[in-house]
Design a protein around this ligand. Sequence first.
Ligand code: SAM
Length: 318
Amino acid sequence: MAEFKHVTVLLKEAVAGLNVQSTGTYVDATLGGGGHTQAILQQLAGGHLYSFDQDQTAIEYNKEHLKTEINQHKLTLVEDNFRNLKAELNQYNVNRIDGILYDLGVSSPQFDDAKRGFSYQHDAPLDMRMNQEQALSAMEVVNDWPYERLVKILYRYGEEKFAKSIARKIEQRRAVTPIRTTFELVDVIKEAIPAAARRHGGHPAKKSFQAIRIAVNDELGALEESLEQALTLLNVGGRISVITFQSLEDRLVKTMFREKTSLSANVPQGLPVIPAGMEPSFKLINKKPIIASNQELVANHRAHSAKLRIIERIKEGK
Ligand SMILES: C[S@@+](CC[C@H](N)C(=O)[O-])C[C@H]1O[C@@H](n2cnc3c(N)ncnc32)[C@H](O)[C@@H]1O
């Protein structure tokens, strides 16, 4: 099988953040090329790791690459969306875990494989599905979704200020002929953005491609659902490490973690002592997100936008 070249971001920091106990039960929600999975496995003796990915190529690659650990019953690969975390673990009679790691977004092989249609730099059919068996692809989002829905995703998921004019151009173009490829979409986007605005900032299609990818894979919906389940699955002392790569994901994680680690709204403010049982069940391990070291930034451009947040369960309860 071809090599799966993904340089793992925040490898040491994210795994150290889990505080792995050698006999514990862990989950890697985003297996990819298996970098974090291998680092967790190295710390297990008697424990077990369940590694999820919804991308068949990632699962196939690691089936071969990590077959020793699979045969030793140290590792189970789960081909599914991490939004089905609880139901999948249930099938293995696992209802509590000691830690879970998320390294979000797409892997380099997904992005660099032209035919997956994730990149505005390669010409390919519009696709962008992480799970190649999923029905919805970028082709339908671009050609079938109504104008208002396109505007909404371009604004929300791409923070694209030219959302309306891009959606309008898409609508005009597809009324004449379907937009079938990444380069056709790039052309439409370029036409919609005023020349002056195109001269600075990144590639003019970057934000729209991000928005469409997030919509195709329902990335924020899946993350929120999965984190809610992960928080309930954690044993006391168990941790969640999340690496995000864009502001919307980071905001979602930050907000959820803040809610879980704050006194609940029904505790009156200013009490000298917090009544027993009302303290939060979770604590933040790092108040500010952990970012990549200078050394890592030089070696891996993907690390520039990476932010790691960690939370720990400190007692039973919600
Ligand atoms: C950035 S890569 C992970 C790289 C990995 N940590 C490593 O060290 O090689 C993200 C992976 O997570 C997968 N993924 C993203 N969202 C997912 C989801 N909702 N459910 C399952 N897998 C997902 C992608 O298919 C991709 O393979």
